[in-house]
Design a protein around this ligand. Structure first.
Ligand code: NCD
Length: 307
């Protein structure tokens, strides 16, 4: 039985297969409409979510399966003090596969260790968010036709942004990847990622506080929200929340084929005037999230889709 806890749980060739299945799903939706008839997905969301939870639900419904679960810790037995380990043992009796989001780093790994069904990490605290990464990879591949030989700017909250952490893990496996890490000094990428992943793999990167200055060299700009819920101190959040605002003026400096991604939700970091720029890809990215989660469910449930 396979789980998806970190993007590194899949090899590069497995990711390639998954992305090509997701592309096929995008083109031939009806072909997959009954692939998961009779199967159930449990969504265990201990933290707020719009896209991740609903795209998982949409994915399973598109495959002919059904969905059960909860969307906040308050409406589950966690409010009575039940542990994730106990909850997952019980859910294993009710569903065939589960997606879990939890504020604690490592919660999905704990769940997987006690589960008898495949567990998908839908975000564990400020740690990882592998299904957003699969979405990002599919988006980049669809827009650029490749995942290597790109200069990728990661901008905003690089400290707490789990989508950034997972995306770095995934992209460093492709040749010719270069990062520009754009953040205020307080929200720099964590040392363990810089040292154990970027430096250890000999990846080319530079760190800067200046988004304007970076615009011209980027092939992809991955904007992120300052992660309010991970701050210990509201004053620090208020001081940093609007540190970067991508607007039409900044977009003038970018290459004509530079694309802007954002895992969403957006707060102020991308001005709405950018939405009409053909290089703004964040809403298309949300659509890709459904196809990639359909492909992931099929892969983990080992549904042989000669559908
Ligand atoms: C992200 C998350 O939850 O980490 N959202 C998402 O799943 N699309 C990014 C964020 O909340 O800022």
């Amino acid at each position: 039985m396979r789980h998806l806890i970190s993007p590194l749980d899949f090899s590069v060739s497995e990711i390639e297969r998954l992305l090509s299945l997701a592309s096929d799903i995008g083109k031939n939706r009806p072909k997959y409409a009954h692939a998961c008839d009779g199967k159930k997905l449990a969504v265990l969301f201990y933290e707020p979510s719009t896209r991740t939870r609903l795209s998982f639900e949409s994915a399973m419904l598109n495959l002919g399966g059904s969905v059960l679960g909860f969307s906040s810790a308050d409406s589950s037995s966690a409010a009575k003090g039940e542990s994730v380990s106990d909850t997952i043992r019980v859910i294993s009796c009710y569903a065939d596969i589960c997606a879990i989001r939890h504020p604690k780093e490592g919660a999905a790994l704990v769940a997987a260790s006690k589960s008898s069904i495949p567990v998908i990490n839908a975000g564990d605290g400020g740690h990882q968010h592998p299904t957003q990464t699969l979405t990002d990879l599919l988006t980049i591949h669809s827009l650029k036709g490749k995942l290597g030989n790109l200069t990728v700017g990661l901008c905003g909250d690089l400290k707490f942004g789990r989508t950034v952490h997972s995306l770095i893990h995934a992209l460093i496996r492709y040749p010719g990847i270069r990062f520009v890490l754009i953040s205020p000094p307080e929200l720099r990428i964590p040392d363990y990622i810089r040292e154990n992943f970027l430096d250890a793999a000999g990846i080319e990167y530079r760190e800067t506080t200046d988004l304007d200055d970076a615009m011209e060299e980027l092939d992809i700009l991955y904007m992120t929200r300052v992660q309010k819920e991970r701050f210990f101190n509201e004053e620090d959040y208020i001081r940093m929340k609007d540190c970067y605002i991508l607007d039409a003026e900044k977009m003038k400096r970018a290459k004509p084929d530079m694309y802007v991604l954002h895992p969403l939700p957006r707060v102020n970091e991308i001005s709405v005037e950018v939405d009409d720029d053909p290089r703004a890809a964040y809403f298309r990215q949300a659509q890709y999230g459904v196809y990639v989660r359909m492909a992931l469910i099929l892969t983990l449930l080992e549904v042989n889709c000669l559908c």
